[in-house]
Structure formats: structure tokens, C-alpha cells
Design a protein around this ligand. Sequence first.
Ligand SMILES: C[S@@+](CC[C@H](N)C(=O)[O-])C[C@H]1O[C@@H](n2cnc3c(N)ncnc32)[C@H](O)[C@@H]1O
Length: 349
Amino acid sequence: MIDPAFNLLLPHIQGAPPQSLWLADENLLGAQLAPRSNIRMIANRLDLVQAARARGWQADWSDFDLSAIPAGSIARVIYRVSKEKPLVHHNINQALRVLRTGGELMLSGDKGEGIKGYLERTRTLFAGQGDFEKASANCWLGVFTRPEQPGLTLDDKNYAQLREACADTQFQYWSKPGVFGWDKIDKGSAFLIEHLDTFVTELPAPPARILDLGCGYGYLSLQAARLGAPVTATDNNAAAIAACERNFAAHGIRGEVIPASCGDGIDGPFELILCNPPFHAGFSVEDDLTERFLSAAARLLARNGIAAFVVNRQIMLERRAASRFARIQTLAENRSFKLVLLAGAKTGA
Ligand SMILES: C[S@@+](CC[C@H](N)C(=O)[O-])C[C@H]1O[C@@H](n2cnc3c(N)ncnc32)[C@H](O)[C@@H]1O
């Protein structure tokens, strides 16, 4: 995937001085860059970090927690803005804190993501020291110099803090910005849970272990815990893992929360797998994600187990799953979602 906004940062990555920091959010291209020993990369997605480490980068996985980096110790911060405003503001504020006086922040993004607003607010925060320009059709690049006396920090909605973000009749859910749909119950996940008690009756016995693949803050896990089995929840996003751990602790959920990309490294078998996957129609990179989630479900599903995937109606999940599962059944549909049951994982799929 070509990301023109990210490309604007390449010369600044290549020419970075010692003690540089790259905040890499969803930059799928990033992991393919040749490593640079003078740059430390931080990303909130475990797959990005693992791919970067495999190429020789010094890369840390965290929810952009820079608190261990001493204030004023960094020469350059490189950041292509993320999708979510509280996270962008958090990262810009953190960049200001860790930069030494005279250090530089390189910021790029796309018009549709509100980059102009970010650049204007950053210039105010950096006391007017810096500038930005439209570098291509929709992409902007800003370069700012850390002043001795900065302006007021940007409103990050208390990004780092977990909070009671939403509730239903059973649970208050702890979550935070940075987690998928962090302050609401996802309609697709709620649709899956509406049918949970029906489709578990298809299991020959109550499940002994349950897997929540791509758990977010843990909505499916908390709901499924009523079946009585321990729940393993897994996600690749650092904010999601922190929120899910908090929900397991707050509500006494039996099981474990494991950071992993597409369930890699997790041991099965699970009699019940629940998944609201991060699939979107039409992107080739997402195709790969679809394959990886389906392959994880096939690998981890118990012989008599059931995997329940909820996806947008236009996703051709049934077709994609055909090579891996003997039984594929669309159990329910509404105007937006369908719930697909997968069983009989083919060996070697
Ligand atoms: C549609 S959300 C569902 C979240 C949660 N299960 C819920 O019901 O609210 C998809 C989740 O998949 C996670 N995800 C994305 N890519 C992943 C990957 N490579 N490995 C594991 N999880 C991933 C996202 O972080 C997100 O939490």
C-alpha cells in the first residue's frame, strides 16, 4: 500500500540524527524500510513491531507510552498522524516533552485526516517555531523546532487513561481512545452475542475453552464468560490489550489476555472461537488479514468446535473460508451484518 503522506517523511527518516524517534502508527510500509541504528521506533501494533524487529529495527510495542524516555533527550521525532484525534494530540504532546530544545518534530498527514488543523495547533504549541506546506495533492508536511517556552499542550482527552467508557445491563466496560470503537458496544459484536446462546447448543458439550480473536476491550469475552469456560482474549493493539486486561480484572473473568498478531503463538484447541475481525472490503492488505484470521481459526479450533465470525454483509467470508472449513453456514443476517459459523477445520488448511 502506498501512503503518500508517509512518503513525505522518508527523507527525514533517512537523514535522521542520532537519538531520533519514529512514532509509527499503522504505517504498513514502515516495516519494509532498511533499519537505522539512530532511530528508535514505537508502534502500538504488535505486527508492525515484530516485522520491524525482524528487519533489524530497534522497535518497542506500547500504547505510545513515552514516559520512560527522559524529557529533552530526543533530537528528532518523526510522525505520520494517526486516525484518532486524541492519539494524535497525545503523540504531539509527548513529542514536545521528549524533544530537546532545538530538536525537530516532522509531522505529515492527509487533508481528509485534518492534517492542516494538526499542523496549525502544533505550530502554536511550538510557539510559532516551524512551518508547514502542502507537499502534494492532498498531503501536508510540517517541520517544527522545540522552543524553550512552548504553548499550552493539546487536548488529548486524557488519552493514556483507562476509564469506564460504556455499559450495558451486565457490565461497565473499561476502555480508552486508541481501542477500536472504544466508547461504544459495536453493533456487529452485539449481533453475534444476540445469537450466542442459540449457536452454542450445536456444540456436543459446553465449551472447555473459549477464544476471542481480535478482542478489543473485551466485549465478546465478557459476554461469553457466562458459558462457564475460561476465555483467552487476544489482540495486536497495545491499547486494546490494556483495556481488556482491566475488564478481565474488574469483572473477575477467568482466562488470559495475550498480545499476538492474528493469534500467532497461541495454543489451541478451543471449542468456541468468537471473532469480529478487522476486515474491510476492497483492500489487498486486508485480504491478507482475512486469510490470517481464518487460518488462525482453523488451526486453533477443536475438532468438534465452532467458530463464529460476524462481518459486514458485503464481505465474502464464506467464499474465503471454503478452503479451510468443511461446514460454513450463514446463521443470521440483518441490514448490516452477517454471522457466519465455521466448523470442521480441514487439516493442513
Ligand atoms: C472489529 S474490532 C473488534 C473488537 C472487539 N472484538 C469488539 O467486539 O469490540 C477488530 C479487532 O481486531 C484487532 N486487530 C487488528 N489487526 C489485528 C491483528 N493483526 N492481530 C490481532 N488483532 C488484530 C483490532 O485491534 C480490533 O481490536
